[in-house]
Write a protein that binds this ligand. Structure first.
Ligand SMILES: [Fe+2]
Length: 382
């Protein structure tokens, strides 16, 4: 992408009216080996008027988790009662998963920048503009938003935001199997380049006077010397984007296909999948409901959005389930048999599988459904 004005080559003098030199900000991934973008600021982007002390954030890795120790407990964390702000619920070394709820009044003069990882939002509800140095990114109910690590953003909320945020500490990418050798999305990928919502360029403007920078799970208030949004142009391949979950093209098989057919975003140690309405399997004896499974090397998180969750009873929207690896899991009793003969599913859900085990936070334990674990009991007289 290229928006606004850029000079004919990188790293040459690029002057504005009156001969004033502009300043590059070269945002690079994987050291200097990966994808990059170059932004052109009217003023130096690296100077601070003030940089504060570290303040604790909502997620604290050092807080003792899971008391009492219950490694085989089936978990259901309810997003319905989550407080305003960000509420971390699950984490490992690769990802921190938080519920988010931001009221309309949440807009403040402060902006945010996450130095710990790429943020993947899923908006269960709401409408907002993410203002960034790359331009304005609009997002609404049903959209994913990908905000790369270190990108300053300020939310202008039109309708209150509710959803979930995955902080991906090793970065987020589109899975390699969906790309051809030069990186273009393949024709058989579940999405096309046209499905992705890009920022709209605004030109240099007043930015937030203060940025809350998250680093090592602490917050530091940084007052940049100049507006971080004083960008006259940029080009490159690193930029924030949105993707509407309903633009995801689902696949149907003769018989039930594994959850990897719903792959949407890849990350270090994690995979994000999108479940969207679709026609189910076409074999006359197909069982459309997921088969009981023991995916013994992964933890699995599902964020339920809407529809009848064929495999789960009593699970409502905005809930997150975590079946523990170590024992088999699958559909609730009755759901497997009951799905035979159904031809479609209307469910919408976001799933994340992780290789490293996830731990609940103290905040998640406070939001847990107390009877969920026991809903898997079956009395057989044994
Ligand atoms: Fe599963």
């Amino acid at each position: 992408m290229q928006l606004g004005d850029v000079p004919p080559k990188p790293h040459i003098a690029f002057r504005g009216p009156g001969g004033r030199l502009r300043y590059e900000e070269c945002l690079t991934r994987r050291g200097f080996d990966g994808e990059f973008s170059i932004l052109y600021h009217e003023n130096p982007p690296m100077t601070d008027a003030e940089i504060g002390e570290a303040e604790p954030g909502p997620f604290d890795r050092k807080v003792p988790l899971e008391a009492p120790h219950a490694p085989l407990k089936r978990r259901l964390v309810l997003g319905e009662k989550t407080p305003d702000g960000f509420t971390p619920i699950l984490s490992n070394a690769d990802v921190v998963i938080s519920f988010v709820r931001l009221p309309k009044e949440a807009r403040s003069e402060a902006a945010f920048s996450n130095g710990d990882g790429d943020d993947l939002w899923y908006l269960y509800a709401g409408k907002a503009t993410f203002q960034t140095p790359f331009g304005d990114l609009p997002a609404k109910t049903g959209d994913y938003v990908v905000m790369p690590r270190g990108v300053v953003h300020r939310l202008v909320i039109e309708e209150p935001i509710e959803g979930i945020v995955f902080e991906l500490r090793g970065g987020l990418h589109l899975p390699a199997q969906f790309r051809n050798p030069i990186g273009q999305l393949r024709m058989d990928a579940p999405y096309t380049h046209r499905d992705f919502i890009r920022p709209t360029f605004t030109g240099p403007r007043e930015g937030p006077p203060e940025i809350l920078v998250k680093k090592d799970d602490a917050f530091v208030r940084r007052r940049p010397a100049h507006s971080p949004f004083d960008v006259v142009g940029w080009d490159g391949t690193v930029w924030p984007f949105a993707f509407p979950i309903l633009a995801y093209q689902p696949k149907t098989g003769l018989v039930h296909l594994p959850p990897t057919i719903h792959s949407t975003f890849g990350a270090r140690g994690a995979l994000v999948c999108s479940f969207v309405p679709r026609v189910t399997d076409t074999h006359p004896d197909a069982i459309p409901c997921p088969y009981p499974h023991a995916s013994v090397d992964c933890d699995e998180v599902i964020y339920y959005v809407r529809g009848s969750f064929t495999s789960r009873k009593g699970v409502g929207p905005k809930a997150v389930s975590l079946p523990p690896a170590g024992v088999p899991h699958g559909p609730h009793p009755g759901a497997y048999e009951g799905s035979i003969g159904s031809r479609s599913t209307d469910e919408v859900a976001v799933m994340m599988d992780t290789f490293a085990p996830l731990k609940l936070t103290a905040q998640a334990i406070a939001l847990e459904h107390p009877g969920y674990h026991d809903s898997w009991r079956e009395s057989t007289g044994r």
